[in-house]
Write a protein that binds this ligand. Sequence first.
Ligand SMILES: [Zn+2]
Length: 144
Amino acid sequence: MPGPAGLDARPWPYFDGTMAPAAGLLQAACTCGWRGSTGPIGWGQEPESTEKPFREEWTTHARRAATGLADRLLRELQSVLQGLAATDPRAALTAAADMERASRLLLTESADAARSSGDSWAQVGRAVGISRQAAHERFGKPPK
Ligand SMILES: [Zn+2]
């Protein structure tokens, strides 16, 4: 269905490159402003295969961004708790114990989500920094 100014508003995989304006290149982009590398559209290929390298580049970017955010939050949290430990050690202990419980739950939920999205035990293990078998033993059993 033509959109404003005659642009085709359908997703590009359905666009055969014969209508104007023809797209020339593909590029992954993120709302944070990041732009991936550009590459030609393989009009003769399946959309999935021509998109694949751009999707992978974006996935790598998104993982780095998520990990970077977690690292920053963790450093900030550590700094706050160290300050608290200096002034009110028992309050810091309670806060640290709360964080430990929350982390354990988050690990289990994240492992379940990774498995549901098709990740292998080896991939789950690598993400956590443990072996495939350790990941399976830790996250593969139903909670007791
Ligand atoms: Zn981004």
